[in-house]
Design a protein around this ligand. Structure first.
Ligand SMILES: [Zn+2]
Length: 251
């Protein structure tokens, strides 16, 4: 089965780590999709970094896909989310669900978990505008921490998106197609998480026998010797099976 490789959290905030990941990918003849955050944590507005934008245009011209990856890549502060929740706009997650999504799964990065539809629409508009103004063509959308509320998929379909994904599946929203797919990625927030994700990936990669796989490289991985080695070995394991585009996994 095919393997699709991506680099998450592409932002000037992580410029050096992204370049190192690109170097490893190039050594394995892989051109990862680049998941670009328009304003990482509200502190790294893409358009204020013209050299970084130029680098992204060059990478896209050489065959890398560009995906919109949220807008801020950050959830609201917890107190604010609680107030909004008690405001009881429909479709808000439960407090427990919110805690699970933000604290346990994503470490506060699940941006689309606690926004309303109107806010999501606004952030998609803003994100698409920033990427267009940076001279980039948008090839897909991935929600930060893969946290997609159920209404996001139809919203992406309306906008004509041909690729999105969550933890378990890949989707072609515009054509209403979906397929199960295993995702291989590392978490480096704590030593225990780091080791457990390494162990998981070493085993889960065998699922490629029956499912298309995704290798998701995070810039923070590049800060750990062990993860740099694991990423390099996953990239060479991908060699010869790499899907050029995310939507190829659905073909
Ligand atoms: Zn991300």
């Amino acid at each position: 089965m095919q393997v699709h490789v991506s680099i998450h959290d592409v932002s000037p905030a992580w410029a050096d780590e992204v370049e190192l990941a690109l170097e490893y990918a190039a050594a394995a003849s892989v051109k990862p999709a680049l998941l670009v955050v328009p304003n990482f944590h509200g502190a790294w507005p893409l358009l204020e970094h013209p050299k970084f934008c130029a680098r992204l245009r060059e990478l896209q011209a050489s065959g890398h896909e560009i995906y919109l990856h949220g807008f801020f890549h950050k959830s609201r502060p917890e107190a604010e989310a609680r107030v909004l929740e008690s405001g009881a706009a429909s479709g808000r997650p439960s407090r427990l669900g919110w805690l699970f999504a933000q604290k346990i799964v994503s470490g506060g990065e699940a941006e689309y978990r606690d926004v309303s539809r109107a806010e999501a629409e606004g952030r998609l508009n803003d994100g698409e505008r920033v990427l267009r103004e940076a001279g980039l063509t948008i090839d897909g959308f991935v929600a930060p921490a893969w946290a997609m509320p159920p209404w996001l998929l139809p919203m992406l379909a309306e906008r004509g998106y041909r690729f999105t994904e969550d933890h378990l599946r890949v989707y072609d929203p515009a054509r209403a197609k979906t397929r199960a797919s295993v995702v291989l990625n590392y978490a480096s927030r704590s030593p225990a998480r780091l080791l457990s994700t390494v162990a998981y990936c070493r085993i889960a990669k065998y699922a490629r026998a029956v499912l298309p796989a995704r290798v998701a490289i995070h810039p923070a991985d590049m800060r750990f010797d062990l993860l740099r080695r694991e990423v390099q070995s996953l990239l060479s394991w991908s060699r010869g099976h790499v899907a050029a585009r995310g939507e190829d996994l659905l073909a």
